[in-house]
Design a protein around this ligand. Structure first.
Ligand SMILES: [Mn+2]
Length: 396
């Protein structure tokens, strides 16, 4: 039996009702974003900070991020929740097929907590063959890290809120298994409604949208669900979101977002395009009709929608290929609007305005330079045999 078949651990802390509650999620080893966000939101010891899962994997600095969060936790006002990428506390007990494939997982991902730990121990992370020997080393070298991870709850429940990584189901919290709350895609599309507010990460918010890309939290008053994953490592134009709850009894929500991009002031007005489409991960097969050096004219295979895509966003030189997330939306902008500059091209700028990504073809006045940014390691293609055989493997 694996961790995911066991019942969840629920924490019911007695939060000071005078304190601000900050919630972020899906940091994915992107420590500069976490630091940038905490600075932007003015995080201090008087705040309660909930880290709603998936602070590890995918990004470049998993071990450093874990240690930073462990250090923050010593003050007693930081509350981690387990996501499907943070379940390494179970690594010494797991005997699932997934657990036996950890060396393959490491080679495929080329980053992550165990990858970072292997490097720190002077081992070749891509060359782990003897898993039991590797685990024995981990146990000796990182006892504090694994103890911290093993003690993280899967849900935090208060009078008005449930904080969990991916989902809860319409049944008593105690009856949930770990797999049900840490790995559930498109939770907001489930149709479930709750009495308490359920705050989740896990599923990038823009994937709920059709014709545009917006990375801001979605606050759904009908279902009492707040979805906050801004896809900070997964999407080039993603961001790390922080939901701000003025105090644990309040429903007066707001949020702050951090990304590393340069900012600029819009100097000319621009009207929104009449139609637009958002080509996204998982549905990104395109027919390249005319390949250019900078832009290529493409047809989205499933919908037949045609748009120009940055050629560097195409995954191969083939006529039929997949591509990076992209949109042809032209943003509605007014002089004085502040935007983040994601791409500078010969045609104009690909920018973000209040969380929404799109094109701007007018003049910009640059305001601030981009912050330091460590790009995530390049993802290898999803074609290893071990993954095909695993089917629904645990970590994604
Ligand atoms: Mn997740």
């Amino acid at each position: 039996m694996g961790l995911y078949d066991t019942y969840i651990k629920i924490q019911r802390p007695d939060f000071d009702p005078t304190k601000r509650v900050l919630v972020t999620s899906d940091i994915h080893g992107n420590l500069p974003y976490l630091k940038g966000l905490l600075k932007k939101v003015g995080f201090c010891e008087d705040d309660i900070l909930i880290i709603n899962g998936d602070f590890l994997e995918k990004g470049p600095l998993s071990l450093e991020t874990l240690r930073y969060i462990m250090e923050l936790s010593k003050k007693g006002n930081v509350y981690p929740v387990m996501g499907n990428c943070d379940d390494w506390g179970a690594v010494f007990h797991e005997n699932s097929e997934w657990a036996r494939n950890i060396p393959n997982y490491m080679r495929w991902r080329g980053s992550g907590l165990l990858w970072d730990m292997a490097i720190e121990m002077g081992m070749d992370p891509a060359g782990i063959e003897d898993l039991e020997d590797f685990k024995a080393h981990l146990k000796v070298h990182f006892p504090e890290e694994f103890e911290y991870l093993a003690n993280i709850p899967m849900c935090i429940e208060t009078e008005k809120f449930i904080f969990t990584h991916a989902a809860v189901l319409p049944k008593p919290l105690e009856e949930h298994k770990v797999g049900e709350v840490v790995r559930y895609d498109r939770f907001m599309a489930s149709g479930f409604r709750f009495d308490k507010w359920v705050v989740v990460g896990h599923y990038p918010v823009m994937l709920y949208l059709e014709d545009h890309v917006c990375a801001n939290p979605i606050i759904n008053h009908e279902q009492h669900i707040i979805s906050i994953d801004g896809a900070c490592v997964l999407k080039d134009d993603g961001q790390l979101n922080c939901l701000i709850i003025p105090n644990i009894m309040s429903e007066d929500f707001s949020y702050v977002a951090y990304d590393h991009f340069a900012t600029a002031k819009v100097l000319e007005p621009q009207k929104r395009s009449e139609k637009s489409y958002y080509i996204r991960w998982g549905d990104s097969k395109v027919h390249v009709m005319q390949r250019g050096e900078e832009f290529s004219h493409c047809k989205h295979e499933r919908t037949g929608y045609e748009m120009d895509i940055l050629t560097k966003y195409l995954f191969s030189d083939n006529e039929f290929t997949e591509c990076n997330d992209c949109t042809d939306l032209v943003l509605e902008l007014q002089p004085g609007d502040i935007v983040s500059v994601v791409e500078t091209t010969s045609r104009g700028y690909f920018v973000k305005h209040k969380g929404t990504s799109g094109w701007y073809f007018g003049k910009l006045q640059m305001l601030t330079e981009a912050d330091e940014f460590i790009p995530p390691p390049k993802q290898k293609k999803w074609d290893n045999n071990w993954q095909k055989n695993l089917g629904k493997h645990r970590l994604k």
